[in-house]
Design a protein around this ligand. Structure first.
Ligand code: GLA
Length: 729
């Protein structure tokens, strides 16, 4: 966390606010307050750490008694398994998802954690626990953000025994919800070209596991969830609890309704095929698991997450740089990049107001298509006879900075790197090495692979004035073996790979503090709060169909701020749906996130450049609001013929409204759009960016008028769009 956390407490001593509350009977109760949220937990009558409250902020004067273990239901469900634990080892009678499961060298697999001590600092509470017999210690850390009430939790496992222990399950945290039976779980599913499809299912008896077994985050699920209280379908009403994992490896989030209808959510590294060998004296730090609460619905929960990410997570938080408008040549030239061709595109891009020019795949090794070259990170001399410098200088002379594509964790078997180091990839000795896009995954857990990768990236950035790396990752794992280390340590690959990946990003950022990085995985396959600490933006999807993007982006913004959501305007129709969409529509779709252009400018007409110049200039006026503001989803695309989003600047001065009509029918007008989040007594002037409001719409009106009366947009036809800016007078 880059900001100071504010931890409020019940006991005020000599002007000091202490976050520890001693309950009436002298037991330990801990409380964190931030934003509109209070979080309370304590040590119960059996020295276990028990959840007590998570929800709407409570009055400071509220007292809590010692928490008591749950009551045994019958001989089948003992007290431990029906108690809402903060962090529980697998031992005794426990049938719910444990946080920690250990095998000792002597065959013992029983682990019972008891409270030992606590440390309370202004920005953190840490709780120390220990097994009842063995020297396995667990330190739980809690940090709460004062603005949003988002809580960050992690666990550190210390092996102080004399031998190694095997961590078979090591989760970051368990969140407990108040008992309730109308909860609905919201999450996303997806695949390449179709990320972030919103899903919803009731939280009922049993367990739902969201996960990736792919080695990295994946697009199949995203490590994020929201659970609402089922009281309202209004985006901005009802109670919502949410969480997001800061981990880019295989992960899991288990949402469980227990036999006593308690709801608990446990998340961390995926337990499938897991087994981390922790040697004597070593510690294991889990990923952070972030959790929050809103009484303003799913919309309110997203806004808290966005604010938290911008202010705490992304590089340079709380003042991350505004995303520049970029041009990327991938869809224009694919692998056929040459110095001359890229310079021609750069000239055209610069004229429209583009600020960053990025060359994509194909500039290195013997890379003509996706069959060869990955791993050989030297500049291809046929395509760039004098290296990258002339192109970079040209791009600079046009007033843009320069970015370049890399895919450091991958290798084509047809490459010098693989010919020299066939042992550097994930593999099981003597078994097939399954390729995806003709490539294999380098085992980043290996020190030599880590060092090699860091070295060539560092040199690339030393030798060239590069402002931006698009870091790609175009397949998931297969045969995740690491034959070079002892058998007992081979499964450490699931964690050590990701730690080394993070380390390379961290080292690069330290050595080249001005370089920005995008996380891409064939689209949005590696988006999570772990990678977002180290990358400035993410590629949302390879699917750039502007209508499909309304859905993909809508799902995306449930968890992640539009500030990091890269959205390119590409040519129409795209390969995805063969659907023609106007350039204006495509721009408005992309302007809801971080704007990029990915079209083949060589085929554009004068009027296209004119439209683009106008839209890019308009975007620069609104991007602070879009990237940092409060997002309201007024109409969601999922079940409607329309899609409408509104962003209100943090200072409230500017509001931006995007409206999309998929297809009008039977001469019905567009539904009246009623804005949210304005000051009802202030005056706001309205101006179109594109399209128009119906005749008679006032040029200026009170916030109350725009919110309660609303605005009628003049949209008819198929795939039409309009956008407006409201400025507070
Ligand atoms: C992935 C990315 C694309 C492009 C190609 C290059 O698919 O998502 O944007 O960079 O790789 O091979």
């Amino acid at each position: 966390m880059k900001r100071l956390w504010f931890v409020a407490g019940m006991t005020v001593l000599a002007g000091l606010v202490l976050p520890v509350l001693r309950a009436q009977d002298g037991a330990k109760v801990f409380r964190l307050d931030g934003g509109d949220v209070s979080y309370v937990f304590g040590v119960n009558d059996h020295k276990e750490l028990q959840a007590m409250y998570w929800g709407h902020r409570l009055p400071g004067s509220q007292q809590f008694a010692t928490p008591r273990r749950g009551q045994e239901v019958a001989s089948f469900d003992g007290p431990v398994t029906v108690t809402p634990h903060e962090y529980i080892g697998w031992g005794g009678v426990l049938y719910v998802e444990p946080d920690l499961k250990v095998t000792f060298p002597d065959g013992n697999r029983d682990l019972v954690l008891e409270y030992v001590s606590s440390e309370v600092r202004p920005n953190e509470i840490s709780i120390r626990m220990k097994d009842i017999e063995r020297a396995v210690f667990v330190t739980l850390r809690y940090r709460m953000d004062s603005d949003t009430g988002v809580l960050a939790r992690e666990a550190v496992i210390e092996n102080r025994t004399n031998g190694p222990i095997k961590l078979e399950e090591v989760q970051s945290a368990t969140w407990n919800l108040p008992r309730g039976d109308r909860y609905r779980l919201h999450y996303v599913t997806g695949r390449w070209g179709s990320e972030n499809s919103l899903q919803m299912r009731p939280v009922s008896g049993g367990k739902t596991v969201l996960e990736s077994r792919r080695g990295t985050t994946g697009a199949q699920n995203n490590p994020w969830f929201m659970i609402d209280d089922g009281s309202s379908d209004d985006q901005d009403a009802g109670e919502v609890w949410f969480g997001a994992l800061g981990w880019s490896g295989s992960w899991q989030i288990a949402v469980e309704q227990t036999v006593v209808k308690d709801v608990r959510i446990t998340g961390g590294p995926n337990t499938f095929d897991f087994g981390y060998q922790l040697k004597a004296g070593e510690s294991f730090e889990t990923p952070w698991f972030y959790g929050g609460y809103s009484h303003r619905g799913l919309g309110g929960a997203s806004r808290l997450l966005h604010r938290f990410e911008v202010d705490n997570i992304v590089p340079h938080a709380p003042h991350p740089k505004i995303r520049p408008v970029l041009y990327n040549s991938w869809e224009a030239t694919t692998f056929d990049v040459t110095a001359v061709g890229q310079m021609a595109l750069a000239e055209k891009a610069a004229k429209m107001g583009v600020e960053r020019f990025v060359i994509d795949d194909g500039w290195f090794g013997q890379r003509k298509n996706d069959h060869a070259g990955l791993g050989d990170w030297y500049v291809n001399k046929q395509k760039f006879p004098d290296g990258l410098k002339p192109l970079i200088e040209k791009v600079h002379s046009l007033g843009m900075d320069f970015g370049i594509w890399v895919e450091p964790e991958m290798v084509n078997p047809n490459s010098d790197l693989y010919r020299n180091h066939p042992d550097w990839v994930l593999n099981f000795t003597g078994r097939p090495r399954t390729e995806g896009r003709n490539q294999l995954v380098l085992n980043m857990a290996r020190k030599d692979v880590h060092d090699y990768t860091l070295e060539w990236l560092d040199k690339l950035l030393d030798d060239n004035k590069i402002a931006f790396l698009k870091w790609d990752y175009n397949r998931n794992w297969s045969e995740p073996g690491w034959p070079a280390v002892p058998i007992d340590e081979q499964k450490n690959v699931y964690v050590d790979f990701i730690r080394n990946y993070y380390d390379i990003l961290e080292q690069l950022r330290k050595r080249h503090p001005d370089v920005e990085i995008e996380s891409c995985s064939g689209g949005g396959g590696r988006v999570d709060l772990g990678v977002l600490r180290l990358t400035d933006e993410v590629w949302t999807s390879d699917n750039t169909d502007a209508f499909d993007r309304l859905y993909i982006q809508n799902g995306f913004t449930y968890a992640y701020t539009p500030a990091v959501m890269m959205a390119w305007v590409t040519d129409s129709p795209t390969w995805v749906n063969h659907r023609p969409l106007s350039l204006e529509y495509r721009f408005l779709s992309s302007m809801q996130g971080s704007l990029g252009i990915g079209a083949n400018l060589n085929q554009w007409k004068d009027e296209d450049f004119a439209t683009a110049s106008h839209m890019i200039a308009a975007y620069k006026d609104i991007r602070e609001t879009v990237q940092r503001g409060q997002l309201y989803r007024l109409i969601q695309p999922e079940s409607n013929e329309q899609s409408v989003t509104e962003s209100v600047a943090r200072d409230g001065k500017q509001t931006v409204l995007f409206t999309f009509l998929h297809s009008s029918r039977e001469n019905y007008p567009f539904p009246t759009v009623r804005l949210r989040g304005l000051d009802e007594n202030a005056l706001y002037a309205i101006k179109p960016i594109a399209g128009k409001a119906v005749e008679g719409t006032p040029a200026s009106a009170t916030g109350g008028y725009w919110m309660y009366h609303g605005i009628d947009v003049a949209l008819k036809g198929d795939f039409q769009a309009a956008a407006f800016v409201l400025t507070r007078q």
